[in-house]
Design a protein around this ligand. Structure first.
Ligand code: 5RP
Length: 240
């Protein structure tokens, strides 16, 4: 079972293929956003029709929902379920504690809500996403539009208080306009180079009025499947 992606996507596809093994009938499956999640959704639709699976899927973004609809997957909504059995999502970075930096695709808020409803979250990445410390990839922060300039200033002050001095922060743009999330918010991309304490950073940024969520997913992933270009993969499971 393969989806015709380019050679550079082999690691993503291997991880997505392995994640399929965790999908069983009678499950509600949370579907992530991004290129790796997109591969998984393609593969899941093949498995769904081939095995006549009795599942429901719940998308973390309008783009994943559109893809799922086009593929004929049975979609449900977050308000129709008490919990999600399994969520499969990608990440921009994964550290050795299985903490994640997410939101490169701008879907971090819905991804975090879906992950928090999930009994199990499996993250699928190629090996380029594995880092010793999070933060090389700019951290997305979802903020409300109202007062966005002031919110940015307050986040900068929080960072200085936390001891970060060498950082840049900017509102994400798309084409010539500001990027707007599915929930109609803005995204600030924060380049810190290295995040020393992801938990504290997440907590302190979220105290700023106007901040909705950050792309730091602390203690949320249960397992990470890392796909390699040579066709092998590694499964890392959270202890406890
Ligand atoms: C979207 C995300 C994605 O999971 C993350 O950006 C990884 O994307 P890709 O699989 O395309 O590298 O958090 O908001």
């Amino acid at each position: 079972m393969f989806v015709n992606n380019s050679d550079k996507d082999i690691g993503k596809e291997i991880a997505a293929l392995e994640a399929l093994n965790y999908v069983h009938s009678k499950m509600v499956i949370g579907l992530g956003t991004g290129s790796t999640a997109k591969i998984f959704v393609d593969l899941l639709s093949q498995k769904y029709f081939k095995e006549n699976l009795n599942i429901k899927v719940l998308a973390t973004s309008s783009s994943t929902e559109l893809q799922s609809k086009k593929l004929g997957l049975p979609i449900t909504s977050i308000d129709c379920v008490d919990y999600i059995d399994l969520t499969i999502d990608g990440a921009d970075e994964v550290d050795s504690d299985l903490n994640l930096l997410k939101g490169g695709g701008g879907a971090l808020l819905q991804e975090k809500i879906v992950a928090s409803y999930s009994k199990r979250m499996i993250v699928i990445v190629d090996n380029s996403k594995v880092v010793s410390k999070l933060g090389k990839f700019p951290l997305p922060i979802e903020i409300v539009k109202f007062g966005s300039k002031g919110t940015q200033k307050h986040i900068e002050n929080t960072l200085l208080k936390l001891g970060y001095s060498d950082f840049s922060i900017k509102l994400r743009k798309e084409n010539d306009d500001y990027f707007v999330t599915d929930e109609k918010h803005f995204i600030l991309d924060l380049s810190l180079k290295k995040i020393t304490d992801p938990y504290t950073l997440d907590m302190q940024i979220k105290k700023v009025v106007g901040v909705v969520e950050t792309g730091l997913f602390i203690n949320m992933a249960n397992s990470v499947i890392i796909g390699n270009d040579d066709g092998s993969f590694k499964l890392i499971e959270r202890e406890g």
